[in-house]
Design a protein around this ligand. Structure first.
Ligand code: C5P
Length: 230
């Protein structure tokens, strides 16, 4: 059976660093890789083409947020890259998310960011003037995401249960902020181990520094993959 793979965040500034990192892996090890704004803006669409040519799966983490027409057109262009997963900000609204779906189609997974995990409740209330709890806001955005026919959301692992409750069990939750037991937390505020994330129903985990900054990236990846599948 196909084993679920942790998604590795390729938080690198250029292609050379990506190639150096990937050289730690045997060529038949097919990975699920996250390309974020830094790498995409530095390298352009060629980075996605390159990774897909190597047989890897790609989550393009560009968090689109604009008027529906612009998001639809952008998604139509990005869909041509055959990415496996892509995302938008739920704050763009249901109409924008429906436009994203029209542009991207149904070939890959389309998810939305609810509240960024860097946003505290206090900051949300002060900056966005949303006078509810953070969890209520996350739940609300998850419901709007489901209403717009998207596949799921990016969320903190702590929010998975309330999101599934507000939507359906099949609604996907992708969770960053994952740390193997005993490893360095970095700037992530609330972390969970791969085993814990699995137990609370997370569908995908995103792991960056514990793998890309490891002395032995291949070993770190396999340890996290094993824990995730335990
Ligand atoms: O190094 P680390 O494992 O913390 O990396 C997590 C990755 O997930 C980074 O690329 C970060 O930008 C991303 N991310 C996150 N929290 C979110 C959305 C994305 O940490 N809410």
């Amino acid at each position: 059976m196909f084993e679920p793979r942790p998604i590795i965040a390729l938080d690198f500034p250029d292609m050379a660093s990506v190639k150096r990192f990937l050289s730690h892996f045997p060529s038949d090890e097919k990975l699920y890789l996250k390309v974020g704004m830094e790498l995409f803006y530095a390298c352009g669409p060629e980075i996605v083409t390159y990774l897909k040519e190597q047989g890897h799966s790609v989550f393009l983490d560009l968090k689109l947020h604009d008027i529906p027409n612009t998001v639809e057109s952008a998604m139509r262009v990005l869909a041509k890259l055959k990415v496996d997963m892509i995302n938008v900000h739920a704050a763009g609204g249901v109409e924008m998310m429906r436009a994203a779906r029209r542009g991207f189609g149904h070939e890959g997974i389309l998810i939305a960011v609810t509240q960024l995990t860097s946003t505290t409740e206090k900051a949300m209330q002060a900056d966005q003037n949303i006078q509810t709890s953070l969890v209520d806001s996350v739940q609300h955005y998850a419901q709007k995401t489901a209403e717009a026919d998207l596949d799921g959301v990016v969320c903190s692992a702590q929010e998975v249960a309330v999101i599934k409750e507000a939507t359906t069990a099949g609604f996907l939750c992708l969770t960053p902020g994952i740390r193997p037991k005993g490893s360095s937390v970095g700037d992530q505020k609330r972390v969970m181990s791969p085993q814990e994330a699995r137990a609370i129903g997370s569908n995908f985990i995103v792991v960056g520094r514990p793998i890309i900054q490891a002395e032995d990236p291949l070993g770190a990846y396999h340890a996290i993959k094993t824990a995730w599948n335990a």
